[in-house]
Ligand binder design. Structure first.
Ligand SMILES: Cc1cc2nc3c(=O)[nH]c(=O)nc-3n(C[C@H](O)[C@H](O)[C@H](O)COP(=O)(O)OP(=O)(O)OC[C@H]3O[C@@H](n4cnc5c(N)ncnc54)[C@H](O)[C@@H]3O)c2cc1C
Length: 258
């Protein structure tokens, strides 16, 4: 028996979930910013865009956000962040300790949890187990929407037509695959993708903010997608660049939509 003396009803539980998610889906079919990918750069960008008052949805094809951050380095759930990005750990209340001058250690689990909490607190809405399979580009030549479908439809190869959402800006935060950038390039968009290069943490971390930009009208790349488009090196389990790149993407969109 429930504390209120009322019998719990399974159908009421179902109605609550279906009606609320239907309401959210209808509301978020037209947004200011659609962030594709819930890794560290996508979560950071989404949280800061929403804090900036932009209606923001984060689309993640897996059942959980976090991307490649969970695994830390070689499955050790620890990440390293350099001095330049320490302020973002503090900003998101992520506990860190200095390993040696310039190197700050944090738990990958706490980092994902706190970035996700920041995005939730800022009002970001999440579409989980949803994959972006194409982009909408019309007469104005800019990415003005995304074609979405349930990830299981994609992975099982079911022939089910997708739906479409409208967005003023799309953020490709899909990691090394730079999925959205590739979709634009594959369909003849004027976008050249150079592809990720060798491991060189110093260079990759130093360059990533510069590579975080609008690479096609309406499309901003962040995180490893930014390095993949620019033909930049990879950096391994140092995550400062991911946070700084997410912040830079949010800043660029904020300025463009002001
Ligand atoms: C398998 C793997 C390989 C890695 N390789 C490297 C490496 O080569 N170099 C390196 O420096 N670091 C690597 N890392 C470390 C680290 O993961 C990344 O550097 C970091 O997590 C990248 O952050 P991100 O935000 O750019 O993207 P990620 O953390 O990769 O997150 C991208 C997110 O986008 C989602 N996504 C992708 N496509 C779609 C789509 N079409 N629709 C919706 N969601 C989508 C993914 O599910 C994922 O959650 C790797 C980690 C993993 C797990």
């Amino acid at each position: 028996m429930h504390v209120s003396g009322m019998e719990l009803d399974e159908v009421t539980i179902s109605r609550a979930i279906v009606s609320e998610q239907s309401r959210v889906l209808l509301e978020y079919l037209d947004v200011d910013v659609a962030v594709v990918g819930g890794g560290p750069s996508g979560l950071t960008c989404a949280a800061l865009c929403a804090e900036n008052g932009l209606k923001t949805v984060l689309i993640e094809r897996k059942l959980s956000v976090g991307g490649g951050m969970w695994g830390g380095g070689m499955m050790f759930p620890r990440i390293v962040v350099q001095d330049e990005a320490k302020r973002l750990l503090d900003r998101f209340s992520i506990t860190s300790t200095q390993y040696s001058p310039g190197y700050h250690l944090a738990s990958s689990v706490e980092s994902v949890a706190k970035l996700t909490a920041a995005a939730c607190d800022a009002g970001v809405e999440f579409l989980m187990l949803v994959s972006v399979e194409d982009v909408v580009v019309k007469g104005d030549g800019r990415v003005g929407g995304l074609v979405i479908n349930w990830t299981p439809v994609e992975t099982t190869g079911l022939h089910v037509d997708p739906l479409t959402l409208a967005c003023r800006y799309t953020v490709d935060a899909t990691g090394h695959d730079a999925m959205i950038a590739h979709m634009v390039a594959r369909k003849g968009g004027d976008l050249h993708i150079r592809g990720e290069r060798f491991m060189w943490a110093e260079r990759a971390e130093a360059q990533i903010v510069g590579h975080t930009k609008e690479v096609f009208p309406g499309l901003v790349v962040t995180g490893m997608a930014a390095n993949a488009v620019a033909g930049e090196c990879r950096m391994g389990p140092i995550f400062g660049g991911m946070l700084l790149s997410g912040e830079a993407a949010a800043r660029a969109i904020g300025e463009a939509l002001r």
